[in-house]
Design a protein around this ligand. Structure first.
Ligand code: MLT
Ligand code: ZN
Length: 486
């Protein structure tokens, strides 16, 4: 899993194909020079470099449809791409994919904002943060929020069913989409841009495309759900008595703070150490070091929610029970932002400590502490000097169970243990009724693992769906499901 390209030769495109593409999208919509293509085939962390003959960038749904029709007629496979911030290489073309990349980045208009209906219709290439800002300008809130929100695009968020830090309250992307516009593998336009909260007219086709990682069609636009803008926000950084206390602490938050609870994130001491060591402008919110922390946030769309008072009674009760040993309650926006900066750096600072073997797992919430302890024991039995680095969305039962390399080991030597460590961790996940990909998806990186753990029946039903929507298997072949082309 170290940085590599596959080395497979890049197949040539059918004669006349590039000229036909150029006719559809013009010169500014077609990249063929190696240096222009490179950022589109380089995984954001630089772990993989793919290869493609061209990147096509249509500016309208009609252009996407024409491109797809052309590709279908010439049997050319297509990898739809958003901001290229994905973590499983679903949006990158590799040489053996024999595919072109279709970038949605020029389709970045907000088509409609309807505050009274609490909806917004956006094109796939809109940057997530721009969507949040556009909603805020009409006194509304769009809750999808994740580390790469300044660069990721909503089409990619939807295609990968992205999660993030507000899932506990608002759900993942799947729960935030009311309608979709999709260009099919054969170049037809499905206008499913309904902005309805009730629509009981048959199969919910949009849900098929959400989370399908570009393997069924090209998402070109979406209707998103909006919520009242935040008027009050409270954020606390809490030291746990022990890992197991996270569970009663969450239940207590749900009963005392109630539905206003947005985020409940786990941070281990090793994460705090990495962030303090490697990031600028980070301070430990608490006076003493602790083994485990929770970052908790609630917000309300009214000014009468009394969140600070609720937080104080919550923290008092938790202290009385012995579930927490210390806590800092943000006194202003700057302090709340500094807690979140710390959380963001828990993710970013692993890189500075060498190789990290990553797992994005979920198990039922009630067994999260047991999972972490069991997995730690198992990976330490395999490699005693390994540094387990479990963090993330504990409120959703989703832990990024990452494993940082032993201090004295060479990075490549460590990364050679990738598959073995995946198997150790994923066996425990599955035995505990969990999932090997909670929010990052499958893409190319987890394809083998997914095939190993999913039942043959489940894989077969997925293949049958793909076959009916993409009969020539031209949509992102080799991602999520095996490439069945000759
Ligand atoms: C996070 O929650 O920080 C990300 O999903 C984890 C990651 O980038 O690995
Ligand atoms: Zn995450």
């Amino acid at each position: 899993m170290a940085s590599h390209s596959t080395g497979a030769p890049l197949p040539t495109l059918p004669e006349g194909f590039l000229a036909a593409l150029r006719q559809i999208v013009d010169d500014k919509g077609l990249l063929t020079a190696a240096e222009e293509i490179l950022p589109h085939v380089t995984e954001q962390r630089g772990r993989f470099v793919g290869a493609t003959a061209c990147v096509v960038k249509p500016a309208t749904t009609q252009e996407v449809a024409e491109v797809m029709k052309l590709c279908c007629d010439h049997n050319v496979a297509v990898v739809p791409q958003g901001g290229n911030t994905g973590l499983v290489s679903a949006g990158i073309a590799f040489a053996e994919d024999r595919a072109i990349i279709l970038s949605l980045s020029r389709m970045n208009r907000v088509r409609n904002l309807d505050p009274l209906n609490n909806t917004m219709t956006v094109e796939a290439g809109c940057i997530l943060q721009n969507i949040q800002d556009a909603a805020a300008r009409v006194d509304r809130f769009f809750p999808l929020s994740l580390g790469s929100e300044g660069t990721c695009q909503i089409g990619g968020n939807i295609a990968s069913n992205a999660g993030g830090i507000n899932v506990i309250r608002y759900g993942n992307s799947r729960a935030l989409v009311l309608g979709l516009e999709v260009v099919t593998a054969e170049g037809e336009v499905w206008d499913g841009l309904r902005s309805l909260r009730k629509d009981n007219t048959g199969y919910d086709l949009k849900q098929l495309f959400i989370g399908s990682e570009g393997t069924l069609g090209v998402i070109t636009a979406a209707v998103l759900k909006l919520f009242p803008a935040t008027k009050e926000r409270s954020t606390a950084f809490i030291a746990l008595g022990q890992l197991e206390d996270a569970l009663p602490l969450l239940s207590l938050a749900q009963s005392v703070i109630g539905e206003a609870l947005n985020s409940f994130e786990l941070i281990p001491r090793i994460g705090m150490d990495f962030a303090l060591k490697h990031a600028q402008d980070i301070t430990d919110p608490l006076a003493q070091p602790h083994d485990w922390y929770v970052l908790l946030e609630a917000s309300a769309g009214t000014q009468q929610a009394n969140l600070p008072t609720l937080f104080e009674s919550y923290l008092e009760l938790a202290l009385e029970k012995g579930w927490i040993t210390d806590a800092a309650l943000a006194q202003n926006t700057a302090q709340a932002d500094s807690f979140w900066r710390l959380r963001e750096n828990i993710t970013l600072c692993q890189k500075a400590e060498g190789g990290s073997i990553k797992h994005d797992i979920s198990v039922p919430l009630s067994v999260i502490p047991a999972f972490i302890r069991k997995a730690n024991a198992a990976v330490e039995a395999y490699l005693p000097t390994i540094r387990p680095y479990p963090f993330g969305h504990i409120g959703d039962g989703n832990i990024h169970y990452n494993l940082s390399q032993p201090i004295a080991m060479d990075k490549d030597e460590y990364l050679a243990h990738w598959d073995a460590l995946n198997r150790i961790v994923h066996d425990i996940v599955v035995e505990m009724g969990g999932s090997i990909s909670a929010e990052h998806g499958i893409g190319r990186v987890k394809l083998k693992e997914n095939l190993h753990y999913k039942s043959p029946l489940e894989i077969r039903m997925m293949q049958q769906i793909k076959q009916s929507l993409d009969p020539k298997n031209l949509m992102n072949p080799g991602k999520l499901l095996p490439d069945t082309r000759k």
